[in-house]
Design a protein. Structure first.
Length: 100
Protein backbone atom coordinates (compact mmCIF):
# COMPACT_ATOMS: atom_id res chain seq x y z
CA UNK A 1 0.00 0.00 0.00
CA UNK A 2 1.25 3.45 -0.90
CA UNK A 3 1.34 5.47 2.34
CA UNK A 4 1.49 8.71 0.34
CA UNK A 5 -2.26 8.24 -0.13
CA UNK A 6 -2.58 9.79 3.32
CA UNK A 7 -1.67 13.13 1.75
CA UNK A 8 -2.84 12.99 -1.84
CA UNK A 9 -5.88 12.19 -3.93
CA UNK A 10 -6.35 8.68 -5.25
CA UNK A 11 -5.96 8.24 -8.98
CA UNK A 12 -8.21 5.36 -9.90
CA UNK A 13 -10.42 2.75 -8.32
CA UNK A 14 -7.61 0.65 -6.80
CA UNK A 15 -5.98 3.64 -5.13
CA UNK A 16 -9.38 4.85 -3.88
CA UNK A 17 -9.89 1.48 -2.21
CA UNK A 18 -6.39 1.63 -0.69
CA UNK A 19 -6.96 5.21 0.51
CA UNK A 20 -10.21 4.17 2.21
CA UNK A 21 -8.47 1.22 3.87
CA UNK A 22 -5.59 3.42 5.00
CA UNK A 23 -8.01 5.96 6.49
CA UNK A 24 -9.78 3.15 8.36
CA UNK A 25 -6.49 1.80 9.74
CA UNK A 26 -5.42 5.31 10.80
CA UNK A 27 -8.77 5.80 12.54
CA UNK A 28 -8.37 2.45 14.34
CA UNK A 29 -4.90 3.52 15.53
CA UNK A 30 -6.27 6.82 16.84
CA UNK A 31 -9.12 5.09 18.69
CA UNK A 32 -6.67 2.53 20.10
CA UNK A 33 -4.55 5.30 21.64
CA UNK A 34 -7.67 6.99 23.01
CA UNK A 35 -8.72 3.73 24.72
CA UNK A 36 -5.26 3.35 26.26
CA UNK A 37 -5.39 6.92 27.62
CA UNK A 38 -8.92 6.36 28.97
CA UNK A 39 -7.69 3.30 30.87
CA UNK A 40 -4.79 5.22 32.40
CA UNK A 41 -1.96 4.28 30.05
CA UNK A 42 0.22 1.22 29.70
CA UNK A 43 1.71 -0.07 32.94
CA UNK A 44 3.73 -2.92 31.41
CA UNK A 45 4.74 -3.63 27.82
CA UNK A 46 6.35 -6.83 26.60
CA UNK A 47 7.69 -6.56 23.07
CA UNK A 48 10.49 -7.80 20.90
CA UNK A 49 13.83 -6.09 20.29
CA UNK A 50 14.83 -6.01 16.63
CA UNK A 51 18.26 -6.50 15.05
CA UNK A 52 18.89 -2.75 14.96
CA UNK A 53 17.70 -2.17 18.54
CA UNK A 54 14.12 -1.15 17.77
CA UNK A 55 11.40 -2.25 20.14
CA UNK A 56 8.10 -3.59 18.80
CA UNK A 57 8.56 -2.36 15.20
CA UNK A 58 9.38 1.18 16.36
CA UNK A 59 12.09 1.34 13.73
CA UNK A 60 15.15 3.54 13.74
CA UNK A 61 14.30 7.08 12.71
CA UNK A 62 10.81 7.14 14.21
CA UNK A 63 9.90 10.47 15.74
CA UNK A 64 10.13 10.49 19.53
CA UNK A 65 6.53 11.78 19.72
CA UNK A 66 5.01 9.69 16.94
CA UNK A 67 1.74 7.87 17.51
CA UNK A 68 0.35 4.42 16.84
CA UNK A 69 0.36 4.10 13.06
CA UNK A 70 0.75 1.93 9.99
CA UNK A 71 4.39 2.17 8.90
CA UNK A 72 6.99 0.55 6.65
CA UNK A 73 9.96 -1.24 8.19
CA UNK A 74 13.64 -1.02 7.30
CA UNK A 75 15.66 -3.72 5.57
CA UNK A 76 17.14 -5.12 8.82
CA UNK A 77 13.66 -5.73 10.18
CA UNK A 78 12.43 -7.17 6.88
CA UNK A 79 15.36 -9.60 6.85
CA UNK A 80 14.76 -10.66 10.45
CA UNK A 81 11.04 -11.25 9.79
CA UNK A 82 11.56 -12.94 6.40
CA UNK A 83 11.67 -16.48 7.76
CA UNK A 84 8.37 -15.98 9.61
CA UNK A 85 6.64 -14.30 6.67
CA UNK A 86 7.69 -16.58 3.83
CA UNK A 87 10.83 -14.92 2.49
CA UNK A 88 12.35 -11.50 1.94
CA UNK A 89 10.15 -10.72 -1.09
CA UNK A 90 7.06 -11.13 1.08
CA UNK A 91 8.59 -9.22 4.01
CA UNK A 92 9.57 -6.29 1.77
CA UNK A 93 5.92 -5.64 0.91
CA UNK A 94 4.65 -5.70 4.50
CA UNK A 95 3.67 -2.76 6.65
CA UNK A 96 3.32 -2.92 10.42
CA UNK A 97 1.28 -1.17 13.07
CA UNK A 98 3.67 0.34 15.54
CA UNK A 99 3.10 2.34 18.68
CA UNK A 100 5.55 4.66 20.36
Amino acid sequence: MDLSLRYRQASGRQEALQKDTLERVDQWCTEYEERIRALGGIGFFLGGIGPDGHIGFNVRGSDLFSTTRLAPVNYETQAAAASDLGGIEVARRRLVITMD
